[in-house]
Every structure is written in structure tokens, then in C-alpha cells.
Design a protein around this ligand. Structure first.
Ligand code: ZN
Length: 77
């Protein structure tokens, strides 16, 4: 099981998050996502775990993996 910070998510889910910059840049489908699936917790790095929804989390992970396999090992900046 992947770890997701459910407490942090519950605390902030009702407030506004901010759109994930990582997903915004890498996901062509980003504007088509549900608004909640675009958001990450405020004051957090834009990581998969910071996403407010399961779907957002999964999409972020998929983007990360896709980026990983599209680059030769050792060149990740
Ligand atoms: Zn993201």
C-alpha cells in the first residue's frame, strides 16, 4: 500500500489547495481533470503524496514513472 497522509488531507480538503505544478507541466490532460484532482496541499512540495485525491495521486505517480522511463538512468536532475 502506498502511504497517503489522510489526516493532512482531511484537514485541508475543505479548504483550497493549489494546482500541482508538476502535473500542470507534464500532464496534457491536466485541464480536463476534476478540480479536486488538480490540487495539492498548500505549503507542501508538489509531490504525489501532497495531492488531495486518490486520482490526483495516481496520475501524479504515473507522470513520474513515465518521466523516469523516458530518461536514461543517472540523468535525473
Ligand atoms: Zn501532481
Amino acid at each position: 500500500m502506498e502511504h497517503i497522509d489522510t489526516n493532512a488531507r482531511k484537514r485541508t480538503a475543505s479548504r483550497s489547495g493549489c494546482p500541482c505544478e508538476f502535473c500542470q507541466q507534464l500532464d496534457p490532460q491536466f485541464p480536463g481533470r476534476k478540480p479536486m484532482d488538480q490540487l495539492v496541499l498548500p505549503n507542501r512540495k508538489h509531490t504525489a503524496a501532497a495531492h488531495l485525491t486518490e486520482d490526483g495521486y495516481v496520475r501524479h505517480r504515473v507522470l513520474e514513472l513515465a518521466r523516469m522511463v523516458s530518461r536514461p538512468p543517472g540523468t535525473a536532475a
